[in-house]
Design a protein around this ligand. Sequence first.
Ligand code: BGC
Length: 813
Amino acid sequence: MNNTKKLLGKMTIEEKAALLEGVDSWNTNAIPRIGIPKLFLTDGPHGLRKVRTANGGFSVADNEHSTAFPTSATVASSWAPDLAFRMGEAIAEECLTEEVDVLLAPGVNIKRSPLCGRNFEYYSEDPLVSGIFGSAFVRGVQSKGVGVSVKHFAANSNENYRFIGDSVVDERALREIYLRAFESVVKETKPYTVMCSYNRLNGTFASQNKLLLDTILRDEWGYDGVVMTDWGATCDRVEGVLAGCDLDMPGGVWHNRKSVIEAAKSGRLPMDKLDQAAGRMLKLIDRCTAKRPKGGYDAEKHARLSCEIAQESAVLLKNDGTLPLKGSEKLLVIGEMFEKMRYQGAGSSLINPPKVITPQNAFDRRGISYVYAKGYRCFYTERDDGLEQAALEAATHADTILFFGGLSDFEESEGFDREHMRMGDNQTELLRALVKTGKKVVLVLFAGAPVELPSWEGLSALLDMYLPGMYGGEAAAALLYGEATPSGKLTESWPLRVEDSSCYADYNRSSVSRYYESIYVGYRFYDKSGTSLRFPFGYGLSYTSFQYGGLSVSEEGGSIQVSADLTNTGDRDGSEVVQLYVSSNTSNVFKAVKELRAFTKVFVPAGETRTVTLTFKKSDLSYWNVKLRRWVLENGTYDICLAASAADIRLTAPLNVTDAADTASPYSSGVADAYATPPRSIPSCFPELVGFPVTETHSGSREPLTLESRLSEFKRSVVGRILYAAVMNVVQKEYNKALAMPDSLERDTRLKNSHFVVKMMPSNSIRSMCMSSGGKFNYQMAIGFVELANGRLLRGMKAFLNKDRPQPLPADQ
Ligand code: BGC
């Protein structure tokens, strides 16, 4: 397999085309005639999800056992990238055992809105945090000889429109925010593969976006690995290959393979382009199959690692001294999440762990004495009078109430976005009533993203476990009882209400997402607009306290070194996350008030002092100049701020840059004025900012249906309604089957995943359904349905009767 050129010379066009697409949901095509093996690729990112039976493009329900680690949103709250590295190593060991070649992870998309259903799978609203965690994870996985697929490239910020949507983003926001984490992961770790997203970026689908895949990823960043599509993201396959997208997944779409063959024969796809893509696939196969270490792993050790990560990542958001619990409390525990902890998200990242440790298991193992009242039921948001009354009655005998609550997979999941930031009424109303009793109420939260907290003032403490993985209950108990000291901090801002969020005026309004807030994402927006938040970015409490002092700044060879002394002034050992932000005071262009440039997490024993040192490159202070199309470092004065959160700056020192350029602003006065402070609505100069007129790319309700129409739009016609009903019937049946199962971990898993598919399916485009069906819903059928749904019966029938069937390769016969 060493000589790519030689192999390419032996391959027919048909074989090369086959190498560029997947088969059976998770494999690449083998070419047995010349000894090219197949690869197995699967999800990611919070553990290994290997389906037991391949039964379609998504196959989400029936997976081999593996470790369910905390989700990425949780892991990042540890601010300890070495944990992401160790998690990557552990998952890779499981991949080796299950003979998986490429893990479809990590996701390094930026959290644009708190409503994105998939935020639990992403690290942060900040590109530095996302890039550092993404890189650490990739290094961990690849250190064991297993490949990764860094996803979803790029600007995939919502789920509702992911199959058809267009993310319209100005080039500066793209470079500074949405591409930056990808850039650092690609440059620093050389990932085996990159997965492009479903959406369009500035009008062109990511799967055929030459600017993204060729100019930026390969030419500028020097990437030489494979680019694959997300599952069903192909639109025009030949355009895809021309743009630098090598592998079509899950594949099995004859139309795509045939169009590549025909284009190669006609010259539309030059042979060197086909060879480049096939060559990259051969190199990937080589990398994955060369000298792989043996499989086998200690499942309990991995589960304990998941617990350690959960413990390091939980964020203490409020505490009036009630925590840690002493053990002498008259304790009432409320909330079904106590016994049915939510520990992971739904969708393609869903893991099937061999066991979980719920908070109830962990409490019982410790012999903690408590009274338990369910109070509400997970998976539902409606109030239950009986359960509420029983909980309130039990509260009269308690002095401390632990309320286990959060979001369910019905509210937050891959495939659809949240409509609001609230928790279910059944939880918020009961919490309100409990707070009113005047007892101490501690909220222990399980959710992958920020929620509104209506009873906030009355809470004694709030411990946010995020989605803590399979042993999350053990981590929660250890933190609640002070066996461990909380040390996580938020890697996203928590707005008070969704209306305050930075992209509220645009988010999920239509298939065209206008990223009108430009670079003002997350704290960059809230800082500068002066928006009050529930919790700022970087916020988190401890059972101890830290003092910062003795700041010093030095510069050497383009690198800035910042040191300070950190003293643990409390009576408990603990870790502190120190954040380094830099403000630019004299810029020619609009900028955020400050931006995170470095961070570190330091363990300091009680009463002791440690010196912390953080470094960053002076060039990191550059902004992307849209006229010069390059990074520009400006002369001027900057402030270096060491902080405990984005709203808690402890030490500041000036930094003067004098050896850079003096560059004029690339912006017109109209744009500069509109963006001097973050806009709260879409400014009229937005087209000027992005550099082109912005129009809806998706057809309106009067336009004929096309392959790009969503399944739900097909309800407009009789034939469409039949198609819609047929598809929804199949997925609904799975959901009903799960509903009918007896209460168990397996029922919960099946329920949430079939619910994910039921919710996602109507927003799927006919094209993407066809592209992800592995050939079952073939291209001619898709065309046929569109024609029939538009009332063009003859054309529809002709498409259905089309006899164009996949041609096997010689070796397949
Ligand atoms: C998801 C990807 C995932 C793929 C395979 C897609 O729907 O967006 O993240 O890797 O399915 O399961």
